[in-house]
Design a protein around this ligand. Structure first.
Ligand SMILES: NC(=O)c1ccc[n+]([C@@H]2O[C@H](COP(=O)([O-])OP(=O)(O)OC[C@H]3O[C@@H](n4cnc5c(N)ncnc54)[C@H](OP(=O)(O)O)[C@@H]3O)[C@@H](O)[C@H]2O)c1
Length: 371
């Protein structure tokens, strides 16, 4: 079914509304809803956080009796099961909504088409945007964290890095402060505020001694992301900023099963949680079990290369800065992760978009789209 220009405009509005839940909705998806009757918008809503009303319910409350005979535009398939709140499909039916236009299907195993089926069974006309069309893809990407965690049991991983014009992430002696502009770094703070976890390897934790909290954000952060260090031998110094700021937000050190027990105990005593995992896949699954749906990896080339090799990076946010190091021994982005013989054997990103940020160009590359 073709969507009209009006349908597309209202669906885009639902995506804008949904976006307002970016920092708070997880582990639920971000969802926006607009109710339109006789060409007039009669109610709108978005999902703020777990336990509060779903977008459809908020919009229905705003519309009151005007919802009868209305079209409901939703950024995600209405739910069909009773979780913390009753099914939205039932609420739409009870309010007399006659048509539902959705930007994306909900891949959660308890929905996954059941919301649409419930609506259709009640005589509601249901239209779903093409999953690979402009709006369908935008809706899927908006909930990349939710969709990846419910379908794959691990968080969505975005790798963020800053490179010089010649593709270097640090000098050969390890200096990386700062490659990107102050504006780029401020943008990263806002990303930290909206991600489930920030991830680095122990090389970066020691080398940069960064705090990795979300600071100076507007509006101020309500909740710091979980800060995660992959540190097989529990080497993170007790004097590091991460350990010293454990009271400002949670820090989790993921160690190998054979990590020295005394070092783990010392970290625990300093207020840092430790957890044993055998590899990257296991570490990410452990994060998903704690309802971490999105990971912003800010690690160095060693960790980034390992994640790339295991096909765990779905998005790359690359700040390209106007500086040249001119040193082939300075580290690049992914170490020697792949070493293909031909260009064609390299990984092809599915999309690449530029944006100017301060003196830098931010390249937003999706390696793979969420289901
Ligand atoms: N320009 C940028 O955007 C940027 C970003 C980050 C870092 N940097 C720079 O990069 C340098 C640090 O690079 P790095 O490569 O050493 O840091 P890293 O990738 O963050 O950390 C590497 C370490 O992570 C640990 N690790 C744990 N599990 C791993 C796994 N499954 N696979 C791979 N490694 C794992 C390893 O130590 P164990 O074996 O002991 O566990 C490894 O040595 C610094 O100079 C920093 O300034 C630059």
């Amino acid at each position: 079914v073709e969507l009209s220009a009006r349908d597309e405009a209202y669906l885009e509005r639902t995506l804008v509304l949904a976006e307002r839940g970016r920092r708070t909705a997880a582990p639920n998806p971000m969802v926006g809803c607009v109710l339109v009757r006789d060409g007039v918008e009669v109610g709108e809503g978005f999902h703020v956080r777990p336990g509060t009303g779903h977008a459809e319910v908020v919009a229905l409350q705003a519309a009151g009796d005007a919802a009868a005979g209305a079209t409901a535009y939703v950024s995600l398939e209405p739910c069909a099961f009773t979780g913390r709140t009753p099914p939205c499909a039932d609420a739409l039916i009870a309010a007399g909504v006659t048509r539902v236009v959705a930007a994306a299907r909900d891949p959660h195993r308890e929905v996954d088409g059941a919301g649409f089926a419930r609506l259709r069974a009640a005589g509601v006309d249901v239209v779903l945007a093409d999953a690979d069309g402009r709006i369908g893809l935008a809706a899927r990407r908006q909930n990349a964290g939710f969709r990846t965690s419910v379908t794959l049991g691990r968080p969505h991983v975005t790798y963020k890095a800053a490179v010089t014009l010649d593709g270097r992430t640090a000098t050969r002696s390890g200096d990386a402060r700062w490659i990107s502009s102050a504006e780029s770094r401020a943008l990263v703070h806002s990303w930290r505020a909206a991600t489930g976890a920030v991830l680095v390897g122990i090389g970066t934790a020691i080398g940069d001694d960064a705090t990795l909290t979300a600071r100076d954000c507007v509006p101020p952060v309500e909740r710091q992301p979980l800060r995660v260090v992959l540190d097989r031998q529990a080497r993170l110094p007790l004097s590091s900023r991460l350990v010293q700021t454990a009271g400002e937000g949670p820090v989790l050190v993921i160690v190998a099963p054979d990590a020295p027990g005394d070092r783990r105990a010392a970290l625990e005593a300093a207020g840092v949680e430790t957890l044993a995992a055998a590899g990257l896949g296991e570490a990410l699954r452990a994060l998903a079990q704690r309802e971490v749906q999105s990971v912003l990896c800010e690690g160095g080339a060693t960790l980034a290369g390992a994640l790339l090799r295991e096909e765990l990076i779905y998005r790359i946010a690359l700040f390209v800065a106007p500086r040249i190091l001119g040193d082939p021994a300075a580290p690049g982005l992914f170490g020697e992760a792949l070493v293909p013989a031909t260009v064609a054997e390299g990984i092809a990103a599915v999309s690449l978009e530029p944006e100017r940020v301060g003196a830098d160009i931010l390249l937003d590359a999706w390696v793979r789209d969420p289901r």
